[in-house]
Design a protein around this ligand. Structure first.
Ligand SMILES: NC(=O)c1ccc[n+]([C@@H]2O[C@H](COP(=O)([O-])OP(=O)(O)OC[C@H]3O[C@@H](n4cnc5c(N)ncnc54)[C@H](OP(=O)(O)O)[C@@H]3O)[C@@H](O)[C@H]2O)c1
Length: 343
């Protein structure tokens, strides 16, 4: 196996103010899709200090087949679940969270970290990670910089060792400051999702995409009002792209989101947010469910879906109401997802 260091353009940079950062670079400048080779536990051993606070990735090696990947992971392809109880087998996972600064995304990240699951964030502004999640061990949390609208600048090293992906990106349905620089629903929910999903290695065990209720009926009132600038239409196009990608997927469609985004920027405060009141969960299929959904519940649904085999290839609507819910109990989530499938 080659051990030489990559060129500086492939380096992962780390400084006290910016956590581990996988900087963007032209895809064409990279050694093909050699990232498919990585084993899920390889990241720490593949990163070597290069001095001056800069970290470098060991040089690319020959791509591995899916079978080789699975042998490395010690389980046959298609065995599906990384752990039987949802929270188990944390050490073998590396979850790439796209949109980890957003309302649902920040709760996904906080919850993964609290479960000691290795997490990599894909962010437009990596410096936000420090203010949101504080100082984290770089073996546990890493940050890659990318704008999903700009595939030419993707650094495919972001997939190094990644076993699961959760995508929570989005923008406002109506024109707002968040559309600045053409960050519109068309660009984020369609172009961005398509660009990103196109480069996800096919060895990924699960991709969870957060979409929205109403995407199948955006021409009908009241959904057509929400869809005035196309958000539901573009989310549906993003969904369809995921469904046709060949990647094992789960799509979560929440109703209007409550609880957050949180602006108290530290991990403990985010985790305390789990005391939110809207904990009882309703899950449906067929885009019939209407209602609001706590971001806490949506984040938990995304994490649980990673490990529940029956959720693979499924689309669920989710809402939540006041009351006790499944919390982080995998068995209760299995029942909830299962009940929706059998309706
Ligand atoms: N709000 C609702 O009521 C509602 C209802 C149904 C479904 N949803 C969907 O649920 C999901 C989560 O919603 P939310 O309100 O919690 O999220 P949010 O706060 O709007 O966060 C969106 C995330 O996407 C990232 N993002 C935006 N444009 C990007 C780009 N071009 N490249 C990379 N990242 C980009 C943002 O990063 P930056 O920090 O860089 O902007 C942010 O981290 C979204 O898909 C949303 O559309 C929302």
């Amino acid at each position: 196996m080659a051990t030489a260091h990559l060129s500086p353009s492939l380096a992962l940079a780390m400084s006290p103010s910016r956590r581990l950062i996988c900087q963007p670079q032209p895809v064409s400048a990279q050694p093909g899709r050699a990232l498919l080779r990585s084993s899920p536990l390889s990241l720490p051993s593949r990163l070597t200090a290069a001095g001056g606070g800069v970290w470098r990735v060991a040089a690319a090696v020959e791509p591995r087949t899916v079978q080789q990947e699975e042998e490395l992971r010690g389980r046959p392809e298609g065995s599906g679940e990384a752990g039987s109880d949802g929270a188990a087998d944390a050490s073998s996972k590396l979850v790439l969270v796209v949109g980890g600064t957003g309302g649902v995304g920040q709760l996904v990240v906080a919850s993964l970290l609290s479960r000691k699951i290795k997490t990599r964030l894909l962010l437009r502004s990596p410096e936000k990670a420090v203010s949101l999640f504080g100082k984290q061990d770089e073996n546990v949390m890493q940050v890659c910089e990318a704008d999903t609208r700009n595939p030419d600048a993707f650094n495919l090293e972001m997939f190094e060792g990644v076993t699961h992906v959760i995508c929570t990106t989005g923008t406002t349905a109506f024109p707002s400051k968040r559309w600045d620089g053409d960050n519109t629903p068309e660009r984020v929910d369609w172009d961005g999702v398509r660009n990103f999903v196109s480069v996800i290695p096919r060895t990924i065990k699960r991709l969870v995409l957060v979409s929205s209720i109403g995407v199948t009926k955006y021409n009908e009132i009241p959904w057509s009002i929400m869809n005035l600038f196309g958000v539901l239409k573009y989310k549906k196009m993003g969904e369809d792209f995921v469904r046709n990608s060949g990647i094992p997927f789960t799509i979560i469609r929440p109703g209007r989101l409550t609880d957050g985004p949180y602006t108290s920027y530290d991990l403990n405060t985010l985790l305390k947010a789990t005391a939110g009141e809207r904990r009882a969960v309703e899950i449906g299929q067929g885009d019939k469910l209407v209602g609001e959904a706590s971001r806490l519940v949506v984040a938990e649904a995304c994490i649980q879906a990673l490990d529940i085999e029956s959720t693979q290839g499924q689309i669920y609507e989710i809402s939540s109401v006041k009351g006790e819910g499944p919390g982080s109990d995998p068995e209760k989530w299995k029942e909830l997802f299962g009940a929706a499938e059998s309706k």
